[in-house]
Design a protein around this ligand. Structure first.
Ligand code: KIV
Ligand code: ZN
Length: 514
């Protein structure tokens, strides 16, 4: 008889490791929205942030801990009493709070970065866990850069923190250096040498620098690892972390080889991915597994022929399993307020009266110029109307002249902190002219690293969705805008990026992770 499928805990660090990555900073309201969605998705633990990093980080972890009742809420802290106290203050009101504390264990980190001996670090690790245990029994410990740590020293660290009371031991591949066989051998070694690992939950946290974070996470389940740390869309430091959607769907799809289960409600995966993209503006590559725009698109004639005859010929996952539907026709200009409200509910958005008024007004405006309105159009409206927080810069009007004989010219009015300012800009094309006008009005001149246009749905009347990436003093932000007119969408995206940059600059992160 086949053994019962064992449960793997999904520890989501989108709001901590993910949020640390360039362009992915989120404000409190945005983090709360992601946390609510992660709860709906069924993750077991949300790592909500690094509370000591700044007042803003602290407040968002605290708010998430207060509101989200269906997941454990973890706060990250370095292995010192001040960080741990701060992390506890932030998470203590959670239904099930966790302190996650870490210290590097590899010689290269100890010698060059921390200037500590192995002995010192070992003592500090044990003391940190003992300190965290004064607050809660739910304590996770991570020896940072574990995969480049001397194996026997790693065993000593793990032994010491279990003795001090850690209940979850996380083995991070911090720099994404390990390969699956090697990582698997390391975990097997730890289980062999540290008997007490069987008394705690063993977790892994893999980075994707060599593109094998998901493979590494899956390779170690057979040894007894029961928690995987991951992020939505695989965002995270450098090349990112293990992608939640990939690791979960690998377990789900290959039950024949992987006799495990997670608590993830897979039909919410796609919506969660879209929400993160909408909030951060960081796009998902089209060929990205599970949530990329082409993940379920079959272009080749041979494949299409096979699919018509039998879906299983070329489809290993049913798109609807991950909540992916072909663009859904919503309604047209004759649809009423109630119909729109009901449809939004089906999409997972329950709006109050005032919010619905604003969304419905935008829907009507769009329906006047675009015959058919799709779910993706509604999503774009909702994210612009409801979820964007107070902006410094607002677009009031834009008028563009261009063509093969005219000098492309944009006349524009914007509101900046309540004051109306009007200017004209010239450029090599209408987008260039528009951006020139914005730069004049806002007296800014940030480096434009990226500009991309996508049609949200098919057809020439589709809304254009523009992504803009700006860079300033090491800060990198994305902005997004959607509109049937791609020049207006471009202006909105640029202004959105400026607003995000303002917020990132004011955020004042005091502590970096060392
Ligand atoms: O990559 C890493 O080592 C981390 C730790 C804090 C777990 O993010
Ligand atoms: Zn990490």
């Amino acid at each position: 008889m086949k053994k019962k499928r064992e449960r793997i805990l999904i520890f989501d660090t989108t709001l901590r490791d993910g949020e640390q990555s360039p362009g992915c900073s989120m404000n409190l309201e945005e983090k709360l929205r992601i946390a609510r969605q992660l709860e709906k998705l069924g993750v077991d633990i949300i790592e909500a942030g690094f509370p000591v990093a700044s007042e803003g980080d602290f407040l968002s972890v605290q708010q998430i801990a207060r509101e989200i009742r269906g997941c454990q809420i973890a706060g990250l802290s370095r292995a010192n009493p001040k960080d741990i106290d701060r992390a506890w203050q932030a998470v203590k009101e959670a239904a099930n709070p966790r302190i996650h504390t870490f210290l590097s264990s590899s010689d290269i980190h100890l010698k060059y970065q921390l200037k500590k001996t192995r002995d010192q670090a070992l003592k500090e690790a044990g003391a940190a866990v003992a300190h965290a245990r004064c607050y809660t029994t739910n304590v996770e410990y991570s020896p940072m850069d574990a995969t480049r740590t001397d194996r026997d020293y790693l065993c000593d660290v793990v032994e010491a923190v279990i003795s001090a009371g850690a209940t979850t031991i996380n083995i991070p591949d911090t720099v994404g250096y390990a390969l699956p066989d090697e990582f698997s051998a390391l975990i097997a070694y730890l289980f062999d040498k540290v008997q007490r690992l069987r008394d705690v939950v063993v977790s892994v946290h893999c980075h994707n620098d060599l593109g094998v974070a998901v493979a590494n996470s899956l390779a170690v389940l057979k040894h007894g690892v029961r928690q995987i740390e991951c992020t939505m869309n695989g965002i995270g430091e450098r090349a990112g972390n293990t992608a939640l959607e990939e690791v979960v769907m690998a377990i789900e799809t290959r039950k024949d080889l992987l006799n495990y289960r997670t608590g993830i409600v897979t039909r919410h995966l796609y919506q969660t991915s879209r929400l993160l993209t909408q909030i951060t503006g960081v796009p998902v590559q089209p060929n990205k597994s599970i949530v990329g725009a082409n993940a379920f698109a079959h272009e080749s004639g041979i494949h299409q022929d096979g699919l018509i005859k039998e879906k299983g010929t070329y489809e290993i996952i049913k798109p609807e399993t991950v909540g992916y539907t072909d663009t859904n026709l919503v309604m047209g200009k004759h649809s009423g307020r109630h119909a729109v409200q009901e449809h939004l509910k089906k999409m997972g958005f329950s709006l109050g009266r005032a919010d619905l008024d604003r969304v419905f007004a935008r829907f009507k405006e769009l329906a006047d110029v675009k015959k058919e309105i799709y779910d993706e159009d509604m999503e774009a409206i909702i994210h612009e109307e409801i979820f964007r927080t107070e902006d410094k810069y607002k677009l009031v009007y834009l008028n563009v002249v261009s063509g093969n004989v005219a000098v492309p010219t944009a006349t524009m009015q914007m509101e900046i902190d309540g004051t109306l300012i009007q200017e004209a800009g010239f450029g090599v094309g209408p987008v260039d002219a528009t951006f020139a006008a914005i730069r004049k009005i806002t007296s800014t001149d940030y480096y434009l690293e990226r500009f991309a246009i996508n049609a949200i749905t098919g057809g020439t009347d589709a809304q254009g969705e523009v992504t803009v990436q700006l860079k300033y003093n090491g800060h990198r932000v994305f902005g997004r805008g959607a509109h049937p007119d791609i020049i207006v969408a471009s202006a909105k995206a640029y202004i959105n990026a400026l607003n995000r940059l303002e917020w990132v600059k004011s955020r004042n992160r005091k502590v970096e992770m060392k």
